[in-house]
Write a protein that binds this ligand. Structure first.
Ligand code: UD1
Ligand code: BG6
Length: 377
């Protein structure tokens, strides 16, 4: 039932404040006078000790689920101190990459049925790793066959392009990072700030959804383009990949997400006065990432110097400083805790992909050649 919406993708984008609330329900503990704020993931609590002892965490997934894991990687590394590596399920299988008993492997899948991810799970089980599932589908093959896991509880997702499952997956993996890191006293205040940020997140998503008309106007400008680049770094490298994936899969427009730090090693050659480029340059809260913000400002300056056609996503209030030295179209988004910023930043790009698709006259909910769940290899 699409309710007041024309398409499932549109409905699922707009219901994210509610789906995120459901994802977090009963899992955030407010704390009190003598009790710290904390996270409770019923499906992981008996396995946290084993996870903390593991030598490595390996995230495994396909498509949007892989991108969600990439978005959560920095906060898991920061709060757990455990090295985190990323695997596209099919590539892990092609290489028969090493997986050890000392590894924690985390299988991320909305459907819980993706053939490559499921086969990678069998492979990790054979190799004796602890297997954790992050799924949206209770009773799915991945939920059943993992040792433990977390249901993201985003509600049924019908649009082939994943939207609300992506943001719920990031939130669940951020909560997983908080739970794994909860035995470290030195990061207690950092964790409490993130938990406060999680409580506020649905209202911030509601705020960013107000950009709907603005994204429709931007889509009108881009309707006949051949290609769109998206530059991001740090927490928002995943946003660049996922934003480009949305545009590619539903609007049927070539789009590429690029790690901004790699700009000079190839992509800069593409920059001219015609190719539209989205640059994600939101401010990250903690000191370490202030440096990253200025790095992204320097990327913008270099793109301006080559007369690049920029669309800059920045934190509310930063438009003037971020674009000094050239003209750009601006997308201003609310600021949240750095590790949660990808949840906010993807929303305008989801809206852009949606409107581009409708304006270009393509099928939003069932894009050409794609399936919601890829159960064959
Ligand atoms: C569970 C209940 C929820 C109830 C809550 C009350 C289910 C599905 N969930 O939620 O209805 O309100 O307790 O305390 O009954 N699991 C995997 N692999 C996965 C996902 C999950 O093995 O990919 C396992 C978990 O380890 C856990 C079980 O499935 O044993 C349920 O997981 P989850 O729904 O996330 O647990 P709770 O949030 O505690
Ligand atoms: C398909 C879907 O390609 O599978 C994507 O069209 C999805 O939206 C990908 O991201 C992975 O699916 P799942 O269910 O494993 O998250």
């Amino acid at each position: 039932n699409k309710g007041k919406y024309e398409h499932y993708m549109q409905k699922e984008i707009h219901e994210q404040p509610e789906s995120l609330t459901t994802t977090m329900r009963g899992r955030l503990i407010r704390g009190g006078s003598c009790k710290a704020k904390s996270v409770l993931l019923g499906g992981l609590k008996d396995h946290l000790k084993t996870i903390r002892r593991s030598r490595r965490v390996v995230f495994i997934g396909c498509g949007t689920s892989y991108n969600a894991a990439l978005a959560a990687r920095p906060i898991l590394e920061e709060l757990s101190g455990i090295p985190v590596t990323m695997e596209i399920a099919s590539d892990l299988l092609d290489r028969q990459g090493p997986i050890y008993r000392e590894d924690t492997t985390v299988f991320v899948s909305q459907s819980g049925e993706t053939a490559d991810t499921l086969q990678a799970l069998e492979y990790a089980l054979e190799n004796g790793a602890l297997c954790v599932g992050i799924t949206n589908t209770v009773g799915s093959a991945i939920a059943r066959n993992t040792h433990c896991g977390v249901h993201i509880n985003a509600g049924c997702e019908i649009g082939v392009a994943s939207t609300k499952a992506y943001t719920s997956q990031i939130v669940v993996m951020a909560m997983m990072a908080l739970a794994i890191g909860s035995d470290t006293i030195s990061s207690q205040s950092r964790r409490e700030t993130i938990i406060d940020g999680l409580f506020d997140l649905p209202s911030k998503v509601r705020e960013v959804l107000k950009l709907d008309q603005e994204m429709k106007d931007l889509a009108k400008l881009l309707i006949s383009e051949q290609s769109l680049l998206v530059f991001g770094r740090g927490y928002n490298y995943a946003t660049a990949l996922e934003g480009a994936l949305k545009v590619k899969e539903v609007a049927l427009m070539h789009s590429e997400g690029i790690l901004a730090g790699e700009m000079k090693h190839g992509p800069l050659a593409l920059v001219d006065e015609t190719l539209p480029i989205v640059v994600i340059a939101t401010r990250d809260a903690c000191f370490r990432f202030l440096l990253m913000y200025s790095k992204q400002q320097s990327v913008i300056q270099q793109l301006h110097a080559r007369k690049g056609r920029l669309i800059v996503m920045c934190t509310k209030g930063d438009a003037a400083s971020v674009c000094a030295g050239g003209s750009s179209r601006i997308i201003e988004v609310p600021q949240v805790e750095d590790c949660l910023q990808p949840v906010i930043n993807i929303v305008p790009l989801q809206l852009l992909a949606y409107h581009l698709t409708v304006l270009r006259g393509y099928n939003v909910d069932q894009p050409r050649n794609l399936a919601k769940s890829v159960t064959t290899q």
